[in-house]
Each structure stands twice: as structure tokens, then as C-alpha cells.
Write a protein that binds this ligand. Structure first.
Ligand code: ADP
Ligand code: MG
Length: 683
């Protein structure tokens, strides 16, 4: 292992200039360099004769330059240099765009090895901007076989990167493997040494894949172990207030205006049990939009208060905070429980007063936005912290709130349906409860997609609902870059709709640029059915509950992720009426069409998120980064879900022999883990 720790400056080929460039790439040691994996490979092991080439081939060709360079200067920024290449079977054109240094680079009769993509051109076939090497016939080129392509930085070209990497890889020997032998055997993994050699310079694609599998496996293993270690540490060290008194809970549940679903009962059972223990609860409740998570939170909060403690309920938006505040007041104030609402928009005086009441324990339950995690908030006896719509918060924010009390119990709730294997990584430190049943009597929301030219039909349908006394949402296009542009677009749409289609109705407007007083007023009017049509940006995405609203029109639906459309759609279908969701979209791409179809066909959030993942690919699905996970170099949580499952199986086995995961029997693995995740605190 010694050699891996060696400073990169002692490697042949690394001078002061390259050293500073490597630092830019965060490469300081031999190990960093070895773990700087190729982003791709060029397979040059197959070469073709010119006669065999087809447009679209990505391949190597060998041939002689015939004649001189044909150089054309088109205009500033566009110059073209062409060569004619011949082998025994035919000839083709080699074209370099905007590479003025390629002018007269090759001479008549130079023998070249070229690699690139073959295209058709008026004169037959050509290769545009290929990589090349001038060689003498019978000499082996430097770049042959499968050639790595590295993520690099300006001033450090591929050849140089390769050169340094090769010097390192060639000197690799007797590397200790930190994965336990059993695990290597059982999972048919190659050795560390093989993996590091073959991820850079494989002799075949097959070997590269074997190497990659091993590296993906170890990366996911280390990540999973790190998360479990954090969880174990938390459990061992912390003690929280056990909430053992359970008087009144059964009758409180009895007195609710509805009966809990079986799923709610199970989840509440799990939570109440957790709360009775001295070990802090760390639980994630996952339940689709409308599955009834709020009441679960309320019952947990009720229990905290019955035990003489305080509870905090953190939500991502003011609208949602206000809404929860209203629901909690309705259910809990009659029992003498005092509830406070803390948001960023309170007046200074009111806020001071509230903070005092929280600190002195005159308030039992405090609901708020991220204002709750500000330093000035001190609690009297905080025993339970709940965050709603967890996906909107970073891990760090949740942690700050948790530090406020004396190791409070933690409950996080999310409607983002995450496949279970993934949830185990993203929330590896949490126990998971799932509400997988919707309250009874819910009618499936009828969903249709319309192309933009059919927009009027959507409004006409909405008008029918309005005539029945129902209400409608119109959600405006997402503008990622700017809340201000988004607000402007929403304002325009509101004005247009109010003057045309909905001239007989009251049309309201809601967007992120409004202050919370304004938002609150609008929401209140909408709730009271004094506003009939609410034109809004995605600020209404989360949690808003107006049962009389039965129509959701989403403009430019193709700009939203499916999971987000699903969340938006969840704003309707909350009462006893049949509800509708109309997706107006710009039907140009096949993908857009496919996605609209999924929305029409299913209302199951889990299916939707899995399909979204398939279609859009992992990157866009949702920002993994925000969950506070360290960067992954080679593994991809989505692409490598099967490997992840295997890894999780292995970790479970490890935990059986070693419940506190001290890893004493595997010192190398333990060392690696500490080195890699030193400082990473996760949740
Ligand atoms: P979400 O899981 O999206 O946060 P909510 O907690 O807002 O869902 O619940 C959605 C609606 O369903 C609310 O109006 C709530 O009062 C109602 N609800 C919750 N549980 C039940 C139940 N068991 N039976 C009937 N209605 C319920
Ligand atoms: Mg909710």
C-alpha cells in the first residue's frame, strides 16, 4: 500500500507544471491518479481496410498520405485542412476543421494510424477530426488496443495523462487487497491489482468490464458501510428522552374524523414504539401524495406533548407551514395543546415573543419553515423533530434541527417514491416505514394529455367543472433559471385567462416572488372558494390541500419531471369528487409523448418514478448531491442497482458476524473506510 500513498510529484513524467495541473484535478497521490478513471475508451483493437468502411463506423484505419495538404480558409474561425489517405484497397478523405496546426502537418507518403468516426461525403468517405499518429510501417503505435480517455483539464492532453498513468500502472505490484477474501470469491471479483491495471489499460473490453465491476462493487460497499457505521455510532452513543406515557392516544385516534388506513396504523405503531425507547428514533416515512402522512406526524407530536415535551415540525414552504398549522390547531388545540407558527415573514416583535414562548415551554408544538433552524431558536424540552417533504431539504438542515434538543427523536417524511434499494443508500442511516395504501373512497384522477394547439379544450373542460362549483389550478411552465421570469410568465397567463376563458370567474395568482402575507391571502381565498381558478407556479407543488379543487391543468408539461408532475397532480383528487389532470404539452419529441402516456396510464408514484428513471436516465432524476452523499467516482446509484443489491446483501452478512461493524477482523477494509470517509458525517 506504501506505493499508493506516494506523492504524485515523484512519478516519472510529472514536472512542476504538470503537478499543478494535476492538483486542479484533485490528484495528489499515486492512488488519486489510479482512481482517476477513464471517462471512456477508444477501441482501436479493430482496424479496417478502407474498402470495408461504412458510414457510422468508429474504427482505426492505416494508410499513406497521398499528395499535399488542401487548405481552405473560409472565414475567421473556420478553416479546413484536408488530406487524401490511401491503402491497398481504396482511398478516403481526412478532414480537420478548425485545427490550423494541421496545415501541412503530414507529408506525402507519411504512414498514419487514424481513429475516428467514418462519414459519407460527396467524394466518398471521410473522417473528421480523427486522432492520429504518424508511424513507420511495422512499428507498433503508442496508442493501440483499447485506449483510455481521461477527464482532463486545459494544458494536460490525453497523451500526457496516459503517459503518467502508464508509468504508474506498470510499476504496480503486490498490492494488498482490502476486500475480504471470502467476499472476493463469493462475488467473483477480480483482485485490486488486476482492477487498477485493467481499468486503465485493458487488453480487451471484457477485461475492462471485469475491472470495472470490481471497482463499482468496492465503491458501493464502502459507501454502504460508511452509512451503516454512522447509524451504529448514533445508536450507541446517544440517549434521548423516552416517551413512555401513552395515555390518551387511543382515544385521540378514536376521535379523528376518519378511520386510519391499515398502512397508517402500522406506521404509527412503528413510530410509537420507537418513541418509547431511549435510543433516538431515526425513521423515514415514505408515502405517496395523499396517502395521509400528516396525521401520522400529528399523532407522533401528540405523544411528545402528552409526555411533557415539545415537538417541532419543519416544512419546506410557508404555504405548507400555514396549512399544517391550521390542521394541527383544529385537532390539537381542543386538547389544550399550544401551537406556534414560525416563518421568515413574522414581524420582529411577534417573532421575539414567539421565540420566548418556545424557549420557556409555553408552546408545545412549533411549525415552521427553515426559519426553525436559525440559531436564535432555543427549545425548552424538545423531544421530537419532524421534517415534511424531506426531499426538499438537504441532509445538513435536518441535522441542524436535530442538534437543537437533547438528541430528539427524528421523523422524516417524503412523498418522493424511491425504489427501496436506493432508499437504503440515500437514507441508509434511517429506518423506513412505508404507507402504501391510500385512504378509502379516493377516485382515480383522470389524466389526459393535450398538444398545445388543443389548449382551448383544456380550458373548456375546466369551465365545466367550475360550473359545477368546483375549482381549478393552472400550473405555469417551469423556469429553472429564475423565479422572477417564472413569476412574470405566471402573471401574464393569469391576466390572459382572466380576460378570456375565465372571464366569469375569479382568477387568482400565486408565485414565489410574492411575500407570504400575499400568498396566504390568496390561499385563504382559494380555500374558501372565493378564488375559482388559481394560476400558480410550482410553489403549490408540495402538500397544498383544497378538496374542492378537481381540475389541474399543467402548461408545458414536457418541462417537468414525471415525479414532479405526479406531485402536482396530487393537489387534486383530495375530496369526494372525480378529479382531472390535463397535461398541455409540446408534442415534438418521442420522449415527451412517452412520458405523457405514462402519466395517463398510472397514478402509482413508484411506477412513475421507476419509469422516469428509465427514460430520463439517472442524472436528472433527482439531485443525489443534495442528500449529502460523497461523490462517487465510478459507481452510479441508478445504473448499478443490481450491484448495489449484492453489496447490500454482503453488508447484511457482515453485520451478522459483527453487529457494531467494528470490522476488526478486516483491518485493511476498516482502514480504507476511515480514510475514505473521514470527515463525512452523512446525516
Ligand atoms: P400526504 O401524505 O400527501 O401528506 P395528507 O396527510 O395531506 O397527505 O392527507 C391527504 C388528505 O387525506 C387529507 O385531507 C387528510 O385529512 C385525508 N386523510 C388522511 N388519512 C385519511 C384516512 N385514513 N381516511 C380518510 N381521509 C384521510
Ligand atoms: Mg403532506
Amino acid at each position: 500500500m506504501e506505493m499508493l500513498k506516494k506523492d504524485i510529484q515523484y512519478i516519472k513524467g510529472v514536472g512542476p507544471k504538470r503537478l499543478s495541473l494535476l492538483k486542479k484535478l484533485k490528484i495528489y497521490s499515486v492512488e488519486d491518479m489510479l482512481y482517476h478513471f477513464p471517462r471512456d475508451y477508444e477501441n482501436r483493437s479493430i482496424s479496417k481496410k478502407i474498402v470495408e468502411l461504412q458510414p457510422g463506423d468508429q474504427t482505426t484505419v492505416y494508410g499513406f498520405v497521398v499528395g499535399k495538404c488542401q487548405s481552405t480558409y473560409v472565414r475567421k474561425g473556420l478553416n479546413i485542412n484536408r488530406y487524401l489517405l490511401k491503402d491497398a484497397t481504396g482511398s478516403m478523405t481526412i478532414t480537420f476543421f478548425n485545427q490550423s496546426y494541421m496545415k501541412n502537418k503530414f507529408n506525402h507518403k507519411d504512414y498514419l494510424m487514424l481513429y475516428g468516426k467514418v462519414k459519407g461525403c460527396p467524394k466518398g468517405l471521410e473522417m473528421v477530426n480523427p486522432t492520429y499518429e504518424v508511424i513507420t510501417p511495422n512499428e507498433t503505435p503508442i496508442k493501440e488496443g483499447i485506449v483510455p480517455i481521461y477527464p482532463s483539464t486545459e494544458g494536460l492532453n490525453q497523451k500526457q495523462m496516459m503517459h503518467i498513468q502508464r508509468n504508474i500502472v506498470e510499476a504496480l505490484e503486490n498490492l494488498d487487497d482490502y476486500l475480504p477474501e471470502d467476499m472476493i470469491k463469493k462475488n467473483k471479483l477480480c483482485s485490486l491489482q488486476f482492477a487498477l491495471k485493467n481499468i486503465h489499460f485493458p487488453t480487451s473490453l471484457q477485461q475492462m468490464k471485469i475491472a470495472k465491476y470490481r471497482l463499482v462493487f468496492e465503491e458501493l460497499l464502502l459507501l454502504q458501510l460508511a452509512l451503516i457505521k454512522i447509524k451504529k455510532k448514533t445508536i450507541k452513543q446517544q440517549k434521548s428522552i423516552p416517551l413512555t406515557m401513552k395515555d390518551g392516544i387511543a382515544s385521540f385516534i378514536q376521535g379523528l374524523p376518519f378511520r386510519l388506513t391499515s398502512a397508517q396504523q402500522n406506521v404509527i405503531g412503528e413510530i410509537l414504539k420507537d418513541l418509547e425507547r431511549e435510543v433516538p428514533m431515526n425513521r423515514l416515512v415514505q408515502g405517496d401524495v395523499g396517502s395521509g402522512k400528516t396525521i401520522v406526524a400529528i399523532i407522533a407530536l401528540y405523544k411528545a406533548v402528552m409526555n411533557g415535551c415539545q415537538g417541532a415540525f419543519m416544512v419546506p414552504t410557508e404555504i405548507l407551514a400555514e396549512q399544517h398549522y391550521t390542521s394541527l390547531k383544529q385537532l390539537l388545540e381542543p386538547m389544550g395543546i399550544r401551537i406556534g407558527l414560525l416563518t421568515g415573514s413574522l414581524t420582529k416583535g411577534r417573532k421575539q415573543q414567539l421565540l420566548k414562548e418556545i424557549q420557556e415551554g409555553q408552546i408545545d408544538i412549533i411549525i415552521g419553515t427553515h426559519a426553525l433552524i436559525q440559531e436564535t431558536v432555543n427549545f425548552h424540552r424538545l423531544a421530537l423533530v419532524i421534517t415534511d417533504e424531506q426531499h426538499r431539504f438537504g441532509v445538513a438542515q435536518r441535522a441542524i434541527l436535530a442538534e437543537k434538543g437533547d438528541n430528539p427523536h427524528i421523523l422524516v417524511m417524503t412523498a418522493t417514491p424511491i425504489p427501496r434499494t436506493l432508499a437504503l443508500i440515500l437514507y441508509g442511516d434511517l429506518d423506513i416505514s412505508i404507507i402504501d395504501v391510500l385512504p378509502p373512497g379516493r377516485k382515480e384522477i383522470k389524466t389526459h394529455s393535450l398538444i398545445i394547439e388543443e389548449k382551448e379544450r383544456a380550458y373548456a373542460t375546466a369551465k365545466k367543472e367550475l360550473a359545477l362549483g368546483r375549482q381549478a389550478y393552472v400550473v405555469c411552465p417551469l423556469v429553472e433559471e429564475s423565479e422572477a421570469i417564472e413569476a412574470k410568465a405566471a402573471t401574464e397567463i393569469k391576466e390572459e385567462l382572466a380576460a378570456t376563458y375565465f372571464v366569469d370567474y375569479e382568477v387568482g395568482l400565486l408565485h414565489g416572488k410574492m411575500n407570504s402575507k400575499e400568498k396566504e391571502t390568496v390561499m385563504k381565498l382559494f380555500l374558501e372558494n372565493k378564488i375559482h381558478v388559481l394560476v400558480s407556479t410550482t410553489v403549490i407543488e408540495v402538500g397544498v390541500n383544497v378538496p374542492n379543487a378537481t381540475m389541474m391543468i399543467i402548461e408545458n408539461a414536457e418541462r417537468f419531471g414525471l415525479a414532479q408532475l405526479h406531485q402536482l397532480r396530487g393537489r387534486v383528487g383530495r375530496g369526494d369528487f372525480q378529479s382531472y389532470c390535463l397535461l398541455i404539452h409540446n408534442n415534438k419529441s418521442k420522449i415527451a409523448k412517452e412520458r405523457m402516456k405514462i402519466m395517463e396510464e398510472t397514478t402509482d408514484g413508484f411506477i412513475i418514478s421507476e419509469r422516469d428513471l428509465e427514460i430520463r436516465g439517472p442524472g436528472e432524476f433527482f439531485g443525489v448531491r443534495q442528500h449529502g452523499l460523497p461523490d462517487l467516482k465510478i459507481a452510479n446509484l441508478f445504473k448499478h442497482i443490481k450491484v448495489l443489491k449484492k453489496v447490500q446483501g454482503q453488508v447484511e452478512e457482515l453485520l451478522q458476524e459483527d453487529p457494531y461493524l467494528m470490522l476488526e477482523q478486516y483491518p485493511l477494509l476498516r482502514e480504507k473506510l476511515e480514510e475514505k470517509f473521514n470527515g463525512f458525517q452523512g446525516t
